[in-house]
Write a protein that binds this ligand. Sequence first.
Ligand SMILES: [Zn+2]
Length: 1162
Amino acid sequence: MAEQEASGLQVLLSTLQSSCDKDVILNILGVLTDLLSLGTDRRIHYLISKGGSEALLQALATAACSDPPDDATLLPLLRLLARVGLRDRKFGLKVRRLEATDVILSLARKYLGHHLYLTHCLWVLQVCASNVTAGTALGINGAMELLFKVITPYSKRHVRTVRAAIEALAALLKSKSNSRRAVNRGYLCGLLRLYQDWHHNDVSNNYIHIRRGLLICLKHITNIQLGRENFLDSRGMEILFTSVQDCLSCKNLDPIIRTVTQILRKCYPKEPLPVPTVRSSYSFPLPGSVRTEPPCMVPEEDYESDGEEEVEKDLDNDDDETKEEDDDLETDVNKLRSRPVLDRPEEELKQYEAMCPELSHNFQELQSESEEEKSSEDNTENLPSTASYFIQSATSAKHQNTRSNQNVTEMGPDPGEKDSKAPPQSWTKKKKCRRAQITERQDVEETIQDADSLEEEDLTRSHVLTVSPLPKEAAWYKKMFNNECEASINPSPGRRLETSDILKNLLKKHQENMPFHSPFFYIGRAECVKSIPDYKFLAFPDFWGHQPPPYGKPMLERKYGVQRDKVLDDVRRLIQPDDVIGRTVFDLDEPNYSSPGAPGCLTFFSKFESGNLRKAIQVREFEYDLILNADVNSNQHHQWFYFEVRDMKLTVPYRFNIINCEKFNSQFNYGMQLVMYSVKEALQGRPQWLRVGYDISYYKNHYRSYAATAGGIRRKSYYTLAFSITFPHKDDICYLAYHYPYTYSAMMSHLDILEQSRNPRKVYWRQQTLCQTLGGNPCPLLTITAMPESKKRDDLEQFYNRPYVFLMARVHPGESNASWVMKGTLEFLLSSDPIADLLRKCFIFKIVPMLNPDGVINGNHRCSLSGDDLNRQWLTPSSQLHPTIYHAKGLLYYLRSIGRAPLVFCDYHGHSQKKNVFLYGCSIKETLWQADCMVDTAVITEDVGYRTLPKILDKVAPAFVMNSCSFLVEKSRESTARVVAWQEMGILRSYTMESTYCGCSHGLYKGLQLGTQELEEMGSKFCLGLLILHLKSLPCSKKLMAQAALLLDLEEEITDLRAHRSSSNSSLETDDEPPCVEEIDYNTDSCSDGEGDFSELDKEIQECLLQVEGETEDGGATMGQTCSSKVLRGLYISSQPAANNRALPLRSAPLGMCSGFESSPA
Ligand SMILES: [Zn+2]
């Protein structure tokens, strides 16, 4: 059948090329027109594959050469050429090969006064010019001059021709040499004037296509540096900015507004960031060799120079696991196969024996110890067990799977136990750092005095922390803390004591009803932290604590036009510079900078643990530009922010712009909000981080910097995160952050409380120090398992032989979500929940809850103090520069060397580009398949056990989505913890767990942003997953199985969840975000203006035809059918089987030429 079709079509095409009979040619064109006017593009592509373009071009050359030119065949021929050429990717090449550009150009010249013919020529010209080389040739031969003769100021005459000319010009200007030529001939200025003219006169918006066409011409010209300069010199910014103001209210002018916005963004003069250097304000002298990057000395005028050739690339090394690009997949089977090699002398491993005290503990003290501890038991058992409400068991009431029930207040201890105090400290004795012993409220005073006296004893550490002072004028504050604290509000030289009073008074107010948080413990830990800026202040939320709200917050719906409005507001700064205040109100680089708090101006502050804000500039009365600090010893990784803001007015929407973000894309464009904590709200009983902000948009801005790289100097673009906030109270103190903060001190004090809260008879717990960090902070290592049942040999044997699970978190400091997940894991593991009890009997947990303490403390986003991404150092970590990685790996080596490599290894992370929680794992086969690798995967055997845990989590954890998981091994990830643990340690179940910063697209939390409660729940569900994994995959004692069966009610729970899932959604997860209402334009120079769209020109041609049918505007003849056309048709039809008529219907809409024939049945 296909062959018959082909032969029929080929007969037509070869006849078209060779015939001199005008009627024959006319009729072939008629048949082709009919054929192509119905059906899909597939027909046109079929025609192209059979040499259709060449045949038509040949026929055009013949028609144009004949003397006089064959007017009758030209119109259908040009129409066909335009339609076919649009879809023929090699059309430009064919045009050049057949030297058709001259033919088209001379035809256009010839018909200059003959609008119907001219329009047709211009369409073909436009199609030819879409090929840059052909376009350049046309430009050299005077095409632009010709078009400028056709393009007129506003007129209602011949608008179709004018439009065709403008669109052809736009196509020509895609060629940079044409653009250059256009600028040199003054066309840019001419185009601007034409645009203004059409804009002013087209009041009814009848000629949007023409106006937009002119804009697209400008858009292409301004792709070159010369064009942008000329545009600025010609006052292009003002002209377009002013004109677009008239369009904003009219929705169908969107294409115009969008194109104007693109041009304005692109032409906005590029500037360096308003900071003395892009390098971090904080630097840290590294041990050993001094590594310094060369300073980036680039003269300012160069900021413009290379824009033309700029290739937009995502300069980010991004979250550790973003896109799986196929060419990044590891396809070397030998590399993929486990190849354990030691990166250090074997003797070194002995030191890690001390980190496995559980293996040498003989528990001789078991009896006596547990007796001793019985006395303290009452105390510890009273502590709330938050974990039990996350995981349902047969012994607990069924109320879990609904969101509304996950209210913390319902889950606290029984009312009778509310007065339980923070337990007596045991952590102080371990610390090198001198610290006050805080036990109960009454001791706070002592603590502070103790801390004061510290100065005399140890001058090297003058570390007394305080919350930054509360506002002087704040009446609410006085009321709340009554008279006794008034003295403390008035500053005087002896400031420290008074600020301590503030703390003291605050602590009296604290309810102490937050599970697993104690301000006393927090202060104690925070005082020992070693930070580069030597923090003196505590951020109130970290100290006071956070109680998650009992409801999830939906993702923010994106308002139409939000990005456009923000961008135009930015451009206004350039057009109306007098409106801009431009006052720096906070600056980390000016150590003596004291924010005087100009009247009506916000006050910023960020010098506290995990804080990050480098500079704040007041732009307008209620608008501030904010600049983030780079990671220590680095000039990049701006993403994490956490700062204090005060002195706000009530009911005023403040706009903030973080102007030096680096990521190419952001969940802020897909429903994510930042978080805010209000001190007033907290003191009124609502101590919570909440998702806030509206009109949120993330887009590329006009700031650039130059970074020195190995290959020279690289230009880098920045993005703006713009958001608006209306603060809940006047003169409040609020904290804004990228995500729920979780500081190092929070983690350390959390461990203190956990240790206190555990039941020592049941829980084996050891907190050791894995190593000291570069910054001198201890990196804790935890060992958690169940105490042996007794010191009988069997019980001890069972204890020693439990498989290991190795968990880590927070190697990337900006991923605070990972810490909240880890918090959930730890609370569950130490809880009195019977499932946790069982789980502890199954495994020995080795946990490093924070692999990068220094980064967290100093407000980094990605790196450690060495400026390195620690999750890219696992292949060859340096003991000096990356101690936590070096020793975590050492411990893994040690476990492997004694035959105890962990059953599961998991590194908790946060993901800024995707929704949901998911795992990355490692599989040879999946990688090779995905890479389309030729290796015979049948001969490779692979245990598919790596899939079990994610499958289980998909069923038990509401935020987890199996379809988001990936098990591919990428070359760029070869030095991550996951890949190294898999390859070098041979751990089959080696994972990265990624938690979104945003929310869920699937399951129970679909459409909601994740809060700390959901993140913690994920951590506890992960534990449940481990237990089920154990039951499924490992041999278990009967006793264990029986206990599990009693507790878990597994099948039921899993079926419940499955049913819930399938009812809530069944679609597969894709990485692509659904389109937003507003097309998101991250770049300033995207080509998303529908230029490549076929439908526009097609529509024009079609409309023109319908008109031509009725009128004879330019005297173009409507051709009648002749009998020879019937012969030809017969020829074509006879070559097809009758049944094929449906698939290739010859009946078509009346097109003028063939009406006589149409009515007869085929
Ligand atoms: Zn990460």
